[in-house]
Design a protein around this ligand. Structure first.
Ligand SMILES: Cc1cc2nc3c(=O)[nH]c(=O)nc-3n(C[C@H](O)[C@H](O)[C@H](O)COP(=O)(O)OP(=O)(O)OC[C@H]3O[C@@H](n4cnc5c(N)ncnc54)[C@H](O)[C@@H]3O)c2cc1C
Length: 410
């Protein structure tokens, strides 16, 4: 289908990022907006479904609501071998199912009067003078003054901005299973009904990331694994690690049914805009430390929506300041800090032990991170506390490293 008009804005992708940009633009009174998605909704998306504590503000800021069932998880259990520690969060993480959550956002945005065309894929784009021309799957065309890439990890807009730049992606795998499969809890009872589990034990076998188990509504459990790309690991190898490290929880990962997804981590100097183009959400990069991206996408969407509204009213469509605005927003500062932390914690070679032992054994670090996840504190503003933890670690590192080694030897 070819649409001869030049719209003010076309948003490619109706996931959390695209829905939130559309809602933000609606708040600004921008009405000539078309959202496209290659799939019809409800559509599923491989995800842990954990909405961190920021989500309430992020949704409220763009006038959207959480309307689908969720499990409130008020605590996180962090494990490494026989070591286990549970931290409570000031505000719970809400675990949703993406098939329901994303469809509900699309419904809410449609109800505002925003045009969302589903089952329409963007194959190519070209910036041509005063507009961006989009070539659609099936041969149609569409044009807009501004195009937003909210099209996730395999973003065509991101590819247009980054060219052939080579970078290894994070790799994530997940599966949703009946909770009965996880009925046998760990020796210390880690898989309490409502606690999320982050298990780093597989780092001793080369994983650079963690295995998770999250409770899901309807007596189910969402399990998965994230691997940071400091070393290259194949899908079968990562799935074998996931399978092995779910066993202590009594979870048997079925031979089929786990879904993988490569995603790029946020980098503060990676291109996120060009004249008439910008990216948001996974197209701009996920949290490198945790792989989180839903609340992140919705927080970035506010920055993107504000920049677009300004560009439409001034005619300045270069978006030269967008990367900096993203970076300076709270979400950008947290992402930049997590990128540093990920490079330390998930590095190739033995030094990861120094950093993991700091995370696990320092009396304050996990609490600080729990507050960041809960959204009750901005970790990037906790520099003095972080430095304090580093100084303590200077004195305790050897002992803690021995404890770490002992935790997997037992
Ligand atoms: C296994 C796994 C577990 C995760 N767990 C969590 C978690 O627990 N918590 C959390 O916060 N984050 C998690 N994430 C990250 C989270 O899923 C993403 O950050 C989030 O989906 C980003 O939203 P988005 O709108 O940017 O992209 P998406 O949700 O991917 O949406 C992009 C949309 O664009 C559409 N699209 C793509 N290309 C085109 C095209 N060419 N034309 C038209 N439409 C197109 C797609 O159909 C899709 O609907 C996880 C990711 C993975 C892979």
């Amino acid at each position: 289908m070819t649409d001869p008009r030049v719209h003010d804005v076309v948003i490619v992708g109706a996931g959390p990022a695209g829905a939130a940009v559309a809602a933000r633009l609606h708040q600004h009174g921008v009405r000539d907006v078309v959202v496209l998605d290659r799939y019809d909704f409800p559509r599923d998306k491989p995800c842990g479904g954990g909405l961190t504590g920021h989500i309430d503000e992020a949704l409220a800021a763009v006038d959207l609501q959480l309307t689908v069932p969720s499990v409130a998880s008020p605590a996180a259990t962090v494990r490494f071998g026989s070591f286990e520690r549970t931290v409570t969060m000031g505000r719970p993480v809400r675990v949703i199912r993406r098939i329901e959550f994303d469809a509900s956002l699309v419904e809410q945005v449609r109800a505002k009067g925003v045009e969302i065309r589903t089952g329409v894929a963007v194959d190519e784009l070209a910036v041509a003078g005063d507009h961006v021309a989009l070539k659609l799957g099936g041969g149609g065309q569409l044009a807009a003054k501004i195009v937003v890439g909210a099209d996730g990890a395999a973003s065509v807009v991101r590819k247009h901005l980054t060219g052939n730049a080579k970078a290894l992606p994070h790799r994530l795998f997940m599966a949703e299973l009946p909770a009965a499969a996880a009925a046998t809890v760990t020796p210390a009872g880690a898989l309490r009904g409502d606690a999320m589990v982050y298990d780093f034990t597989a780092m001793a076998e080369g994983l650079r990331g963690y295995v998770w188990l999250f409770p899901v509504a309807g007596d189910r459990v969402n399990v998965g694994l994230m691997h940071y790309p400091s070393s290259r690991r194949g899908g079968p190898e990562l799935l074998a690690l996931l399978r092995k490290h779910l066993e202590p929880y009594g979870v048997a990962l079925p031979a089929k049914g786990s879904r993988g997804w490569p995603v790029w981590g946020y980098h503060p100097s990676a291109p996120v805009s060009a004249p008439r183009l910008l990216t948001v959400g996974d197209a701009a990069g996920i949290d490198g430390l945790t792989g989180e991206g839903i609340a992140v996408a919705m927080e970035q969407a506010q920055v993107a929506g504000d920049a677009i509204a300004r560009a439409l009213s001034t005619g300045e469509v270069g978006f030269a300041g967008y990367r900096r605005a993203l970076r300076k927003a709270v979400v950008g500062r947290e992402l930049a800090l997590d990128r540093h932390l990920a490079r330390l914690l998930y590095q190739h070679g033995p030094a990861w032990q120094r950093w993991l032992s700091l995370v696990l054994f320092d009396p304050d670090v996990l609490e600080m991170y729990a507050a960041r996840v809960a959204g009750t504190e901005v970790l990037a503003d906790q520099k003095a506390r972080l430095w304090g933890a580093l100084v303590r670690h200077g004195f305790a590192a050897r002992r803690r490293r021995r404890e770490l080694t002992a935790a997997v030897a037992r």
